[in-house]
Design a protein around this ligand. Structure first.
Ligand code: GLY
Length: 377
């Protein structure tokens, strides 16, 4: 270990103070390690935009059964994770357990819902088929024009921004040092990651560097090639939605997808576009129009709400939509990136797996399918 680090030396330097980075930092500090999180604007990336859905059953995709298992493992940890976090931080993270309704409009949407339901049942997932009348009894704000629905009692949501604030507070209580600087590069010596180079030429030495920079993970100079790419998502926040929806609504509106997530008292989140546009954070008229058009079609009362925010952030996409967890081929560098559409949901399980790896040198069995070497296999 080199000791000419003017920004100090820690056991673990985490590059990135989003949900994933803070979760890992918190768990590592709880296990007695000295930890620094390097980020000049923690929680302003994808964590800031996230809808906060904890919905592995509603979002299950063909060929993603291993990812589903990881998502379900993380969902199972959420209640205890939230209880511990709220206790440590004193911050309510807005866990909602009213479930998720998936609704459809035309005959093709209903075929898609039936196919999804059959796949869910094949995988042993809990989802109930509802008529339009039944789903409107559950969520009276839904339009009478929809054709039918699924209800998934186990798919929940959390206020991602409150979760971030709570993780930051709990991490600091546990002794994590927040370093208000961007990681400029991985500090590499003789092929080993030995810390982070910070802005203005400072360096922080670390026994282990954890890469948790979301969509920007592959762009950090010094990091070996990594199949993480930005996938743009535009998302909206509206106010005045108190009592409008009980739980999350996901909709197929004549083949187009939109979701509505009640959040933070009277807010409603409407998301999200999925665009291969690189690191473009432009909010477009077309993006906002399509989200609002579809949301109003699903819940007409949305047209009365105040539009308070429209933003775009890059999700960290990977070739198989699953995260990259575990030791990199470069000694000293651990990867915790590529969470794509599941960063909020996968925070507990990622934090647990990476802390275990850093402390014991062994990644837990449940994380083994997500190691970076899978792309070379
Ligand atoms: N998980 C929601 C999204 O990526 O839009």
């Amino acid at each position: 270990m080199n000791h000419d680090a003017d920004a100090g030396t820690v056991d673990v330097a985490v590059a990135g103070g989003g949900l994933v980075g803070l979760g890992i930092a918190w768990r590592c500090a709880q296990r007695g390690l000295s930890v620094a999180v390097v980020d000049d604007a923690p929680g302003t990336g994808a964590s800031h935009a996230a809808g906060g859905m904890l919905a592995p059953t509603a979002e299950v995709g063909y060929g993603e059964e291993q990812l589903l298992e990881l998502c379900r493992a993380s969902l199972a940890r959420f209640p205890a994770f939230v209880a511990e976090l709220e206790g440590e931080s004193g911050i309510d993270v807005g866990l909602r357990t009213a479930g998720t309704c998936v609704v459809g409009f035309d005959a093709d949407d209903m075929v898609a819902l039936d196919v999804l339901h059959a796949f869910q049942r094949e995988l042993g997932l809990g989802a109930e088929r509802l008529t339009a009348r039944e789903v409107r009894r559950r969520e009276p704000a839904l339009t009478p024009r929809l054709r039918g629905a699924l209800h998934i009692a186990g798919d929940h949501s959390v206020d991602a921004r409150a979760l971030h604030a709570a993780l930051r507070a709990a991490a600091e209580v546990a002794g994590v040092l927040m370093v208000p600087s961007n990681a400029a590069a991985l500090w590499v010596r003789n092929g080993h990651a030995v810390g982070l180079e910070l802005a203005r030429g400072a360096r922080m030495a670390a026994h282990t560097v954890v890469l948790a920079l979301g969509a920007r993970s592959a762009a950090l100079p010094g990091v070996p090639p990594l199949p993480v790419r930005p996938v743009k998502g535009q998302i909206l926040r509206l106010r005045g939605a108190s009592g409008l929806l009980e739980g999350t609504v996901r909709a197929l509106v004549r083949g187009r997808q939109v979701y509505l997530v009640p959040c933070a008292g009277d807010q409603l989140i409407v998301g999200a576009t999925v665009e291969e546009k690189g690191f473009d954070e432009t909010v477009t008229a077309g993006g906002v129009y399509e989200l609002l058009r579809d949301a109003i079609e699903v819940v007409p009362g949305v047209s009365e709400l105040e539009l308070v925010e429209a933003l775009a952030r890059p999700r960290p996409g990977t070739p198989d939509n699953a995260p990259i967890l575990g030791a990199s081929a470069m000694p000293g560098l651990v990867l915790a990136c590529g969470h794509y559409r599941n960063g909020v949901l996968l925070t507990p399980v990622t934090a647990e797996a990476v802390a275990e790896l850093v402390v014991t040198g062994a990644l837990p069995e449940f994380a083994m399918p997500f190691t970076p070497d899978r792309f070379g296999r």
